[in-house]
Design a protein around this ligand. Structure first.
Ligand SMILES: Cc1ncc(COP(=O)(O)O)c(C=O)c1O
Length: 466
């Protein structure tokens, strides 16, 4: 820490937090007798809390966001310069960083063409849902309005995004939800017995898991299904990498029934999965919508996007005489010019520093280290991941795959924290399945950082499980 804060300043900050701040996804009762963690500073892969304790941040800001690491002067400067030139104008007009960012983003997304800028992942997903609904009216007399989403996937915290939410613990007590959202089964090979597909493996399993989506489409009536919304790799639902053959078959099914494919890249996007800019690009998919948020500007400014094809875009200008025919939607803060200014610089850093390549190499190291820990710790039932985006599922028994308790998972996370490493875990997501440790270090991670993270996990598992 740079020593800017006195002890009094820090106490004041903690007390003000305890008195007035409502933390996200947090039960506040424990703070009646203890202090919440307050992060004061960050540099590179590291952050410091109110006690001056240094941590390696193995989750990029807690929720897989700060892809290029903390303290990037170039992004701060780009944002400063832009704010001095023009802080804001509604996106009904254009802006310099908006144009340049859209051009740059599309150059990384062959087949895609239009960028609709907004300010959160939930909102980006809602834009796609609204486009699907409007297309249903424009092309199909309102009939093809249903949106399919997958068990264990998450698409955001607003009500329509939750209506597409496959995590029942996130949704509990917040219903009723919007009609017209229909759930399809997950595709997790480790828990294939839940799908009745225990007898299949590899590509056969992947195709069969995708066929479960087709069954839902046929049950609902293909003429009523407008879109399928999926995460390329499920994030908070347990870091679920798709099985071989899955995406190919999903794409085939969408084409067969004229269903738009919406890929939620809020976590996977902008390099998180390594080698490619987006998760879907690993699988040769041609989506109709791609939504993204977190890593777009690495948290230096709030920006999210819903990206579509020219074909989708064309549908919204083919009847210019009708005053209701275009996309009648606006996001006030989608016009904040700091967002695309930060996003442009963020992409430049990823290119200049070869972070897609580093992400692949360090992701392989992280997966290798975690897999090696399986030999020592029977409690690790499965390790999954792609790039610097990995999960380790903890089970009480490898045979039955019974999850360890949530309090044991919390103890592992706390033990890592005590050693100066912040890791994550699936949190209030799928009932009985909040048992996956999550890792998503910044794309700048070095081999030493990765080894320090997995050494902390090793020691934490020994302390909690022996
Ligand atoms: C896959 C996915 N989609 C959407 C969202 C929602 O993004 P936001 O919190 O920016 O609204 C999240 C957030 O964690 C996410 O993980």
């Amino acid at each position: 820490m740079d020593g800017t804060f006195t002890q009094n300043d820090i106490r004041h900050i903690v007390e003000a937090d305890k008195a007035h701040v409502w933390h996200h996804l947090t039960q506040h009762k424990p703070f009646e007798t203890s202090d919440p963690r307050i992060i004061l500073e960050g540099k590179g892969m590291r952050v410091w809390d109110q006690n001056g304790k240094e941590y390696i941040d193995a989750v990029s800001g807690g929720v897989w966001t700060v892809n290029v690491g903390y303290g990037r002067e170039n992004i701060a400067k780009a944002v400063y310069d832009q704010l001095m030139k023009l802080c804001y104008f509604a996106q009904s007009a254009g802006s310099i960083p908006g144009s340049l960012f859209a051009e740059k983003l599309i150059s990384k997304m062959p087949g895609m063409s239009r960028v609709y800028i907004t300010n959160s992942g939930s909102e980006a997903n809602e834009k796609a849902f609204k486009m699907v609904r409007q297309i249903a009216h424009k092309k199909y007399g309102g009939k093809k309005y249903k949106i399919l989403y997958r068990d264990r996937d998450y698409h955001g915290s607003t009500l329509a995004a939750m209506s597409a939410g496959g995590q029942d613990e996130r949704n509990a007590q917040y219903g009723p939800f919007a009609p017209g959202f229909v759930r399809v089964p997950h595709c997790m090979e480790y828990r294939k017995e839940e799908l009745g597909l225990g007898h299949l493996s590899g590509r056969d399993f992947g195709i069969a898991a995708a066929n479960l989506i087709e069954e839902v489409i046929l049950r609902e009536g293909p003429e009523t299904v407008g879109a399928l919304c999926l995460e390329p790799v499920t994030a908070g639902g347990g870091v679920i990498t798709p099985p071989d053959g899955y995406w190919e078959r999903v794409q085939e099914i969408c084409r067969k029934y004229d269903i738009l494919l919406h890929i939620d890249e809020v976590v996977c996007g902008i390099g998180r999965t390594g080698t490619h800019w987006f998760g879907y690009q690993h699988y040769g998919i041609k989506p109709d919508f791609v939504t993204m948020a977190k890593g777009v500007a690495s948290g230096y400014a709030a920006i999210a996007c819903c990206v579509t094809t020219e074909e989708v875009f064309e549908m919204f200008k083919d009847n210019a005489e009708d005053p209701l025919d275009h996309f009648r939607d606006i996001s006030t803060f989608g016009g904040c010019a700091a967002g695309p200014a930060a996003a442009l610089e963020n992409m430049r850093i990823i290119e200049d520093e070869n972070l897609l390549e580093n992400c692949t190499a360090m992701g392989e190291r992280l997966m290798g280290n975690l897999r090696a820990l399986m030999d020592k710790h029977a409690v690790i039932g499965d390790v999954r991941g792609l790039g610097l985006f990995c999960g380790a599922e903890l089970v009480a028994d490898r045979e039955t795959k019974e999850p360890v308790s949530e309090s044991q998972v919390a103890q592992v996370v706390a033990e890592c924290g005590a050693q100066g490493v912040i890791i994550g875990a699936s949190n209030r997501s799928v009932p009985g399945r909040n048992n996956t440790l999550c890792f998503s270090p910044a794309l700048i991670a070095t081999a030493d950082d990765i080894d320090a993270i997995t050494q902390a996990v090793d020691a934490a598992l020994t302390r909690v499980f022996g």
